[in-house]
Write a protein that binds this ligand. Structure first.
Ligand code: CP3
Length: 346
């Protein structure tokens, strides 16, 4: 019988098997840079309604695959659906990003409803189910969630920030209280990702977008430890499903992150040295990254030469080509086309 799972280039790379060329996909490959996304987004009205519509979320997940033939599709959803499903008030404001009613003390934790998250998240599982039948056989489907630290950053700060001082201070001043929030997020994330895998996700990614604001000891405590807890639990229930971790801003701590969490691959942000990653990380696990998303705005040689340098530095080991962070809205779709052609070997 044909084993479709292992024929997917992305899964081969995650399992350290040889591939004819490195698989590629792009962080935030669905989004505002695509006119067809903006059209569906306008019909949906608000962003949360788009995330919770299986029909529309399936459509926008497929849009970049139709144009560019990436080796993986990433479920269209958001890392903040977990706080929303836990009952925390969340809205996405035009030009401002996500705004939540901030959680500032342990008393507020008792109002969260971890036992009810699936009621709200059911349409997401339906989207995964639809995608797993709609995607071409060779295209892997990546499910995802935010890592507990990054999700807690938004829950406690109440909005985006460069510093996330409020969660960092809480973690320093009341370690046990903050741990109680992290525990809720570990539980919810395991339940959420398990359901995504059951519905057809081939691999899952944990986005720790704000790991880079943590000092060494706090990184071990709040990025590595909760990630390890999630990985251990998912391995028990879903041993075959590869897990990608992305500790953005983790720098040289990424090595310890890989060794201790046991993830199959480490996402590299734009600032990471490719040659250091080849030496220090690829002997342990696959790496994924890390073209500067602004090179896709610039296009031309600035983009193609940097992409070739990354392929040369990392293509010899287990590797998934990606960006160092998300595609930005002002990216010309033709530049994504040109880069995809290079990566497909055309
Ligand atoms: O193709 C894809 O990657 C789409 C799926 C996806 C989205 N968000 C859709 C989205 C994924 C994987 C995410 C992850 C996410 N969300 C992260 C981790 C990755 C990273 O960027 O570091 C984070 C931190 C968030 C939280 C979030 N969601 C913010 C801060 C914002 C506002 C900033 C922005 O880009 O607008 C969002 C909104 C969001 N999530 C949009 C999309 C397409 C834009 C909303 C819109 O269309 O109006």
């Amino acid at each position: 019988m044909k084993n479709v799972r292992t024929e997917k280039r992305l899964l081969k790379a995650l399992n350290k098997q040889s591939v004819d060329r490195p698989p590629f996909w792009f962080m935030r490959q669905a989004g505002r840079y695509l006119p067809e996304y903006r059209e569906v987004r306008a019909q949906a009205g608000n962003f949360l309604d788009l995330c919770y519509s299986p029909e529309k979320a399936t459509e926008v997940t497929l849009q970049p695959i139709r144009r560019y033939g990436m080796d993986a599709a990433i479920l269209f959803a958001d890392i903040l659906l977990i706080p929303d499903a836990l009952g925390q008030h969340l809205e996405y404001r035009e030009g401002e990003g996500p705004v939540l009613a901030p959680i500032t003390d342990t008393a507020a934790l008792s109002q969260l409803t971890p036992e009810k998250i699936h009621d709200r998240l059911d349409p997401v599982y339906e989207t995964v189910d639809r995608l797993s039948s709609a995607l071409p056989d060779e295209t892997a489907l990546i499910g995802f969630a935010g890592s507990p630290w990054t999700v807690a950053c938004y829950m406690v700060e109440g909005h985006g920030s460069k510093e996330f001082a409020a969660p960092r201070l809480w973690a320093l001043q009341d370690e046990a209280g903050f741990q109680a929030l992290i525990d809720i997020l570990v539980e919810s994330t395991v339940a959420y990702l398990s359901r995504q895998i059951d519905a057809g996700a081939d691999a899952v990614q944990l986005f720790d977008s704000w790991a880079g604001v943590l000092s060494d000891d706090q990184f071990a405590r709040w990025s590595i430890a909760p990630t390890k807890a999630i990985v251990d639990r998912l391995r028990e229930s879903h041993p075959e499903t590869p897990i990608i971790g992305f500790p953005r801003g983790g720098g040289s701590k990424s090595r310890e992150y890989l060794l201790e969490t046991g993830v199959n691959a480490c996402g590299l942000d734009t600032a990471m040295s490719a040659s250091w990653s080849a030496e220090a990380l690829q002997p342990i696990a696959a790496v994924q990254g890390n073209l500067d998303p602004l090179t896709l705005v610039a296009g031309g040689d600035a983009m193609l030469n940097q992409a070739r340098d990354i392929l040369n530095a990392l293509g010899g080991g287990p590797f998934i080509f990606n960006l160092g962070h998300g595609i930005v809205p002002q990216t010309p779709p033709e530049h994504v086309d040109e880069l995809s052609a290079l990566l497909r070997g055309e």
